[in-house]
Design a protein around this ligand. Sequence first.
Ligand code: NG6
Ligand code: CA
Length: 528
Amino acid sequence: MNRRLYCILFSFTGLMLLHLPVLAQKSNGNAHPNIIIIYADDLGYADVSCYGGKSISTPNIDQLASRGLLFTNAHATASTCTPSRFSILTGKYAWRKEGTGIARGNAHLLIDTNRVTVASMLQQAGYYTGAVGKWHLGLGPLEGPDWNGIIAPGPNEIGFNHYFLMPATPDRVPCVYVEDHHVVNLDPTDPITVDYDHPVGNWPTGKDHPELLKMKSSHGHDNTIINGIGRIGWMTGGKAALWTDSTIAEVMLGKAISFIEDHKDHPFFLYFASHDIHVPRVPGRQFVGKSGMGARGDEILELDWEVGEIVKTLKNLQLLDNTIIVFSSDNGPVLDDGYVDGAVEGALHPKPITLKGKTLANRPAHLPAGPYRGGKYSIFDGGTKVPFIVSWPGTIKPGKSNALISQADLLSSFASLTGVQLKADDGPDSFDMINVLLGKTEKGRKNLVEQGNPLALVEGNWKYIEPHKGPKVNKNVNIELGNDLNPQLYDLNKDPGEKNNVASQYPDKVKQMANELEKIKADGRSRE
Ligand code: NG6
Ligand code: CA
C-alpha cells in the first residue's frame, strides 16, 4: 500500500477508535454507564449485615444495598470458585466444559480465546476494560504459563485491556502478582519455578518444617512455605516478586482506584475480584481484631472497606450516578478452609466489640449462610445463594428483588443494555435479565442450574438434586455436600433450609425435573 494512503487510513482508524466511546454513548437509546463488578471470595449469604448477619456490621455494603437493589434469590453458578468465575465472565455453565473445577495455580487459561466474555462484549460496545484481584481461571497455553517470560494467553486475550491479578488464590503458589503478561517485580536473575506434582527448589515446606509456620494448617496447605504460611503447590525463585499477605487488599484496591481514575472520561468496565475472605486470612493491620470474630470476620470488614473506598472514589469523580455496581460472591461460606485462624470459634462465640462508642457484648453466633443449608462445596443453597446487590443511583429505584437470577446472566443483560448483539453460541446460559437488574420487573429466570458435586435444578418453588455418589459431609470443612444416591426434591417455599426431601411424595415432579435437567445438559445451552 502507498505510504500516504496507509498514513491517512491509519489516522482515520485511530480517530474512530478514539471516538468510539463517545459515539457509543450517543447511539440509539442504549446506555453506556460504567460497570463495576465487585466479586468477593467465599462470602456467604448472611456474612453481611444487610442480608441478616447480626453479629457483623458492614456499613458500606449495606449502604450500597440501600441505594440499590438487594436480590434475595441470586446465585453463583457453582459452590466453588473457578466454575463460578468461568460462568460470570462467559455466561456459560462451567460444567459444560471439562477441566473447569478448582484450578491449580499453574493451570492454563480455561476460557477459550474465541469465547465472548463480559469484557470482550463491553470492549465491542466501546468500553475500556480491566480486571483487578483474584483470577483463578488459569493463564498461558496448554502446557501452562511461563512465569519468567510473556504470560499469554490470559485476560488480555479474552477482552481485558488491562489486568493486575493474583494468578489463582491466596493459598496457591506462585504468590506473586501478574500484570499484563508479566510477573510484577520479577528479578530475571532469580527465575520462578512452580510445580503442583513434585517439590521444586529447597525452600522449606509446611510438611517438613511445621515449626516455621506462623499460621498452622488444619488440613492440606503443607507444601512450600511463603511468608510463614504453608501453601498448595511448590515454588522457588522470584523472591523480590512475592506479595505480602497483609497488604494484598491495599495493593489491589489501589490498582482498582487508579484504573477508575485513569479511565474516568470513557465508559469503563472493571472486574474487581477481591481476595477477601478466602484463606489464608491475613487482614490489613487496621482490621486485625476489629470484628471480634477472628481473621475471617476481620476480612469481612476489610472487604466492606474496599467497597466503601470504591464508592468514595466514584463520588469524588462524580461518577456514582453514571456507574452500575454489582456486588456479589463466587460461592457460599466456609469457616475452617484449611488453616487454624480462629474462624470457627469466632463465629460460634463472637467476642464483645465497640461500635460507634457502644460496646456490643453477648452477640449471637454468626451463621454465615443464614437460613440456608450447606456452604462452599455444597449443592444445598448455602453453596450458591449469595449476596447480590445492584446499584445505579438515579436509575435503579432502591428496594429488594426476589427474582431468580444467575451471575451467568450479566453477559446477556449488559449486552442488551449497551446494544451489543450476541451470536447464538455466545453466553449459552446467559439470560437477558436487564429489566430485572434495573428493578423494572421481578420476573426472573424460569429455572437455573446449581453446581456442587451433583447438579441441581431450581424451578419456581422446587429444587431437584440429581443422584450422586460421594461423601455426605466434607469432614475437613464440616459442610454437608448434598451427595445422595437417591434423587432429592425440596419445596423451597415451605422448606428453604432443604431439610425435608419430598422426592418419594412427588415422583412425577422428580421425573419431570430430572428430564428437564438432562435436556439442559444435552442441548448444550439453556438460553433461548
Ligand atoms: C481446596 C483447598 C481450600 C481452597 C479451595 C479453593 C485444601 C485442603 N483445600 O482444595 O483451601 O483453596 O480448594 O477455594 O487444599 S476456591 O474458593 O478458590 O474455590
Ligand atoms: Ca471462592
